[in-house]
Design a protein around this ligand. Structure first.
Ligand code: NAD
Length: 331
């Protein structure tokens, strides 16, 4: 198939190119630009369009793609909150994704954030380089015996649970349904309010849906322990950033780890170091010593990129050969 790959970074070209050479024969055209209403014209005549988390795949864009002959949208990620699935269905466009690549990559990054925030590694790193060997302000706590609340206990959530159980934590879970594997790992399912009230660390692993939009708002935070650690490696808009800033200012939120951010589309994946930061909310977040932010890099391991590339191209091959795909997402 002729595939227009949007938002291409050098690593996308490397891993998709290699997987294509090994097992597929698609004709890949790599475009650095993001997909939006203006750039959709670049996909004219391409059977498939391959997109990532911050590409705009709403109704106006899908209409342009369909008019240009595109028949499949291949997401090279798990989340599909940026795609208007109803519009895709109406236009006869298939949408396929990579439901699971490496849950370990995201789970391990989540735990890296927990350890960094707790033991203040981000601050210690700078102190030591400046010759400041004082320990004041770097006091951490033992993870053993602490309670971790996991919202969304699917593929990633269960791996976080497994690791945190290894540290000797009590792990509470909240999800749409009870996952047997999570229970086997030792997750105790509780109502959401109980998870909020009892957890020392709360970590988000549910998808962004209308139901989970701003799930963590001022009201939810009021139910949490003083000094709670909040981690979001899922999708930015699950957390109300304005409310969390108020929580940080009052000290109610003791630690915040973010790999995703509500307005990340204007920032992440680009080198903006020569420009003036225009996002005042993001700038405020950067002022807190107890906040660690990474730029949507939780998925970014060699193993995950290899798996993403193979599944993405496999999805396209399957769809081309059978007109169906096991990894299709429907409205
Ligand atoms: P999954 O589908 O295996 O699990 C999702 C879990 O969320 C399930 O337990 C489900 O029951 C639960 N859930 C769904 N709706 C819910 C709701 N309204 N309230 C509470 N729980 C709900 O997904 P996964 O593979 O574990 O991925 C989880 C999320 O992680 C993805 O949706 C994606 O947004 C995010 N993600 C982030 C990165 C990154 O690089 N930061 C990478 C991959 C995935």
């Amino acid at each position: 198939m002729k595939v227009a790959v949007f938002s291409t970074k050098p690593y996308d070209e490397q891993f998709l190119g290699q997987a294509n050479q090994e097992a597929h024969q698609h004709e890949l055209t790599f475009l650095e630009t993001r997909l939006n209403e203006t750039t959709a014209a670049l996909a004219q005549g391409f059977d498939a369009v391959c997109v990532f988390v911050n590409d705009q795949v709403d109704a106006p864009v899908l209409e342009k793609l369909a008019a240009g002959g595109t028949r499949v949208i291949a997401l090279r990620c798990a989340g599909f909150n940026n795609v208007d699935l109803k519009a895709a269905e109406r236009l006869g466009l298939a949408v396929v994704r990579v439901p699971a690549y490496s849950p370990y990559a995201v789970a391990e990054h989540t735990v890296a954030m927990i350890l960094t925030l707790n033991r203040q590694i981000h601050r210690a790193y700078h102190r030591i380089r400046e010759g400041n060997f004082a320990l004041d302000g770097l006091l951490g706590f033992d993870l053993r015996g602490r309670t971790v609340g996991i919202i969304g206990t699917g593929r990633i959530g269960v791996e976080v649970a497994r690791i945190m159980r290894g540290f000797g934590c009590r792990v509470l879970g909240y999800a749409h349904k009870v996952h047997k594997e999570a229970e086997e790992v030792g997750v105790e399912y509780v109502p959401l309010d109980e998870l909020f009230a009892e957890s020392d660390i709360i970590t988000l692993h549910c998808p962004l849906t209308p139901e989970t939009h701003h799930l963590i708002d001022a009201e939810a935070m009021a139910k949490m322990k003083d000094g709670v650690m909040l981690i979001n490696t899922s999708r930015g808009a699950i957390v109300d950033t304005g409310a969390v800033i108020e929580g940080l200012k009052s000290g109610h939120i003791g630690y915040l780890g973010l790999d995703v951010y509500e307005e990340e589309g204007d920032l992440f994946f680009e080198d903006l170091s020569n420009l003036v930061l225009q996002d005042d909310v993001f700038a405020r977040l950067l002022t807190f010593p107890n906040v660690v932010i990474t730029g949507h890099q939780a998925f970014f391991t060699h193993d995950a990129l290899e798996s993403i590339a193979h599944t993405t191209l496999g999805n396209l091959s399957e769809w081309e050969e059978t007109g169906q795909c096991a990894n299709a997402v429907k409205a």
